[in-house]
Design a protein around this ligand. Sequence first.
Ligand code: 5GP
Ligand code: ZN
Length: 114
Amino acid sequence: MTDCVFCRIAAGEMEPRIILETESVLAFHDLNPVAPQHALVIPRRHIATLDDTAPEDREVLGDVMLAGAEVARKLELEKKGYRTVMNCGHGGGQSVYHIHLHVLGGRNLSWPPG
Ligand code: 5GP
Ligand code: ZN
């Protein structure tokens, strides 16, 4: 059994609150939201960090971004605006080493982030 929590979610071993599923990606609500709406989009296939991606991952990375926009529309965030973030590595704030796009909204988000 994998010890990657997002691979386990992708395998259906855990039951997060799913927002959308496609052949290549899965989106669900974050367990510890930092905004009124906080979703995660993951590729079903394990990729540890953005730094581990290569040109052959172009399609799945595109699928992740497009799913992020679809999730934002499903959560009705598109009118007011929202933020997508992919943290990379320890210094970037990444804590789960299976790439994921954060979709954050429902409040005004400051810039620059902390
Ligand atoms: P990171 O810090 O790696 O950019 O983001 C990881 C995110 O995954 C965090 O926001 C954390 O709350 C979320 N998370 C970690 N474990 C789980 C889980 O088992 N289920 C869900 N739904 N979210 C999780
Ligand atoms: Zn994984």
